[in-house]
Design a protein around this ligand. Structure first.
Ligand SMILES: NC(=O)c1ccc[n+]([C@@H]2O[C@H](COP(=O)([O-])OP(=O)(O)OC[C@H]3O[C@@H](n4cnc5c(N)ncnc54)[C@H](O)[C@@H]3O)[C@@H](O)[C@H]2O)c1
Length: 324
């Protein structure tokens, strides 16, 4: 079933943390368009005011500017909420290697605060963002839940600890938690700027501005690039999943495999540019290949992603052409 056809009780209230960011703002938009109430909690540290302004005219949208490191803020945000989608965190593997203490505070303590607040408010479901980085250096492909290797960055460690808390909150307090291990998400509103920008929006913007992108490493690394619509579907379906499926983490991807160098030339063609890329050093903490087995999410959450890479990238390019 397509996510737009999913049915929640009419007066449902959703809390989206990190709702001023890339994934969170797309979740807010999808839920508002389905007719439900959305509360967004964000401290605008990496998120953008313009991603809040987009929705201020919706009567069912409320914005709380606040920090998940503050338990009282989390409690206030969770009051009378039915479903939490917890996206607030600091992303980027290389940045976490530069500032591990900060990642611990936001990604671990912040998530624990949110789970605790959700438990006290007796929310129905607590769905939270994890990451494919929890697979660390485990060599097996595709990545399957339960086969994780040594972690390669503080970022990966924070997500792994979050999953442990997710399991524990189900076991100890019967809070229905669902960890979603996103694999390289892309799509509208993903930030193309800054030293830690994701590769797809960064390359699109550079090519549109006649710049020459730099590929870290030889470009032969591969990823399961996942279009934002699939991530929205996973979040909404997790909110409707059975209680037996709670306390677990799930791969959220398409199940495909794209090489960076191929994506580079695809984008050049699609944007009508002819430019050979620069090659830079590999990034510390990076995994060489990563693609997902999505069988568990299909079985337990009813996840059935509609967008393969080719379908998603066409929409994404279209959006950047119109909005950059
Ligand atoms: N984008 C991806 O490919 C990807 C992959 C794996 C996991 N994830 C996870 O998905 C989630 C969303 O990622 P995104 O790409 O939308 O990132 P993003 O940076 O666009 O959004 C994160 C949001 O969280 C907010 N935030 C950060 N610290 C906060 C705090 N202390 N209090 C309140 N709000 C705070 C930021 O202001 C921002 O709006 C994150 O948890 C991230 O780790 C993303």
């Amino acid at each position: 079933m397509r996510y737009k056809d999913l049915d929640f009780p009419k007066e449902s209230v959703f809390l989206v943390t990190g709702g001023a960011g890339f994934i969170g703002s797309n979740l807010c938009e999808a839920i508002l368009n389905m007719g439900y109430q959305v509360r967004c909690l964000d401290n605008l540290s990496t998120g953008k005011q313009e991603n809040v302004d987009l929705f201020l005219e919706y009567p069912k949208y409320t914005f709380i500017k606040g920090d998940i490191r503050d338990l009282d803020t989390c409690k206030q945000a969770c009051t009378d909420v039915d479903y939490v989608m917890h996206e607030a965190a600091w992303g980027s593997v290389p940045r976490s290697i530069e500032m591990p203490l900060y990642y611990e505070e936001v990604n671990i303590r912040g998530t624990l605060n949110m789970m605790e607040a959700a438990r006290q408010s007796r929310v129905k479901k607590f769905v939270y963002a994890s990451s494919s980085s929890v697979y660390g250096d485990h060599p097996v492909l595709p990545k399957v839940e339960g086969q994780e290797g040594n972690l390669l960055s503080p970022y990966a460690l924070t997500k792994s600890v979050d999953e442990e808390y997710g399991k524990l909150y189900k076991r100890l307090y019967d809070l229905d938690t669902y960890g979603l291990r996103y694999f390289n998400v892309f799509g509208r509103r993903q930030d193309p700027d800054g030293a830690y920008a994701a590769v797809i929006p960064k390359f699109i913007k550079q090519l549109l501005n006649d710049g020459i992108p730099t590929i870290n490493g030889d470009g032969k690394q591969s990823r399961d690039f996942t279009y934002i619509e699939n991530v929205i579907e996973a979040n909404l379906k997790a909110c409707l999943a059975s209680t037996e499926a709670a306390g677990e983490a799930y791969n959220i991807a398409y199940g495909g495999r794209e090489y960076l160098i191929d994506i580079y030339y695809y984008l050049c063609d699609a944007l009508g540019k002819k430019a050979e890329p620069n090659f830079g050093p590999e990034r510390a903490g990076d995994i060489r290949h990563s693609n997902a087995d999505i069988g568990k999410a299909k079985k337990m959450l009813g996840y059935n992603p509609e967008y393969n890479f080719a379908k998603g990238i066409i929409e994404a390019i279209e959006w950047y052409r119109e909005n950059l």
